[in-house]
Design a protein around this ligand. Structure first.
Ligand code: BGC
Length: 413
């Protein structure tokens, strides 16, 4: 090798060593399927020569992670990236703690490769402050076909059919509905009922616009009554159960079905189960023509160290690369958020999700998931979730009383 080439090679080694930085990443992806997905992100980053510092805070839905994040930021020790979603991105950006990622976004054409509804959420005052990872559909019903067959019932497409199936499963000696009594899981069921029983317009008015009249309407009462009836088909060990343990009950055939977002599919897949054979995905009752979306994203915090800033940008580039978008969602149960990623390697559940995401966007039936922080400012969201869970957990509370509580919770600032 000529000397000049040796010098060049050495120089590039020195340069990349000097540039290698560390990114500390806060997330709550700790279940089997989630961990597989996050390890693909770690590997993508490490392939760029950067170091991944894992900051995992267990707890589905991310409530615990958000509490830990707040205390870290308040003490001036923010991670490089944190899993923050929806309107919370704006709240964090308004605190002045998020970094401007426009240079990466421009170089990588994010404005072109992202749907506008998504890129708008990733921007604060017109500047990118976060990178989107994927799209989860939340209004799913996961069921175990063998258990359904044994019980002689069919997968429900309406709420009336749901209770018929649940009765049949109960008679067959299985737990009809696998549920975890945590407020975000209660709300995941609640919003599925609200969409299925109340319809898209009701959902938007009541739960997105928080319209006081709609929140106190007869439809709301019907939604609450139907929601509470679901509880009769859950087991006595549901309180506090993690969502993935509920999914495991369906996987093992101890329970017939679960209402949960498609991160549940990640659990079925990680357990070696085959969609359409060992488990089935269908829209939550009454919601086949609508879509509750939940977009995972990473907010980037302001950093001082140059090498770490570079590594943070590498992470943002990695998250949005077509290869990563595909691999991550194949493990996670979601679909890519980036436009134009091929779906051939995906299963039928993901293909349905992808087609329905596009079609519901056109019909106006694409609605944000409240349970997963997509629409309502965090203070009101927390208060509404607490009110809904209180209703779920309090046998004596009437639907009318719950309506009052929810309507006043919606005013929380
Ligand atoms: C997140 C998913 C995650 C799920 C369960 C949701 O809020 O968006 O990525 O898998 O919570 O932890």
């Amino acid at each position: 090798m000529p000397l000049s080439a040796v010098v060049l090679a050495c120089a590039s080694v020195v340069a990349s060593a000097a540039q290698a930085g560390e990114v500390e990443v806060l997330h709550w992806w700790t279940s089997g399927g989630e961990a597989k997905a996050v390890s693909s992100l770690k590997a993508t980053l490490q392939a760029k020569g950067d170091t991944w510092k894992d900051f995992a805070v267990a707890g589905g839905g991310g409530d615990s992670a958000m509490t830990v994040l707040k205390s870290r930021v308040v003490s001036g020790n923010a991670p490089a990236a944190a899993q923050i979603k929806g309107p919370s991105l704006q709240e964090w950006a308004a605190e002045g703690v998020l970094a401007n990622m426009d240079d990466v976004a421009k170089a990588e054409n994010w404005d072109t490769v992202l749907p506008k509804v998504v890129s708008d959420v990733m921007k604060y005052q017109g500047h990118y402050i976060a990178a989107p990872v994927n799209v989860h559909r939340v209004n799913w019903l996961w069921s175990n076909p063998e258990v359904f067959k044994k019980a002689g019932v069919k997968v429900p497409t309406t709420w009336d059919e749901f209770f018929v199936a649940a009765e049949g499963l109960k008679k067959a000696g299985v737990i009809p509905v696998a549920h975890g009594g945590q407020n975000w899981q209660d709300f995941t069921t609640f919003e599925a009922v609200a969409l299925g029983v109340g319809g898209v317009d009701f959902y938007k008015k009541a739960l997105v616009q928080l319209d006081p009249k709609t929140l106190s309407s007869p439809t709301m009462e019907k939604v609450l009554t139907t929601f509470k009836k679901v509880k009769d088909y859950t087991d006595k060990n549901a309180p506090g159960r993690d969502w993935n343990l509920a999914t495991a009950m369906v996987i093992k055939g101890e329970a017939g079905m679960q209402i949960m977002g498609d991160w549940a599919k990640g659990e079925f897949l990680a357990a070696g189960k085959v969609p359409g054979k060992d488990f089935s995905c269908s829209a939550a009752p009454g919601t086949a023509k609508s879509y509750t979306f939940n977009i995972d994203s990473f907010a980037m915090f302001k950093l001082k160290n140059e090498a770490n800033i570079k590594a943070q940008k590498d992470l943002a580039v990695a998250i949005m690369s077509p290869e990563f978008q595909e691999t991550f969602s194949l493990n996670k149960g979601s679909i890519p958020v980036r436009l134009g990623v091929k779906m051939d390697k995906f299963d039928e559940c993901a293909k349905t999700s992808s087609a329905d995401f596009v079609s519901t966007a056109k019909t106006g039936a694409l609605v944000p998931s409240i349970a997963h922080g997509m629409a309502v400012p965090s203070a009101a969201e927390g208060a509404i979730k607490d009110a809904v869970s209180q209703f779920w957990n309090t046998d004596k509370m009437t639907a009318k009383e719950a309506m009052d509580k929810i309507a006043s919770a919606a005013k929380t600032k």
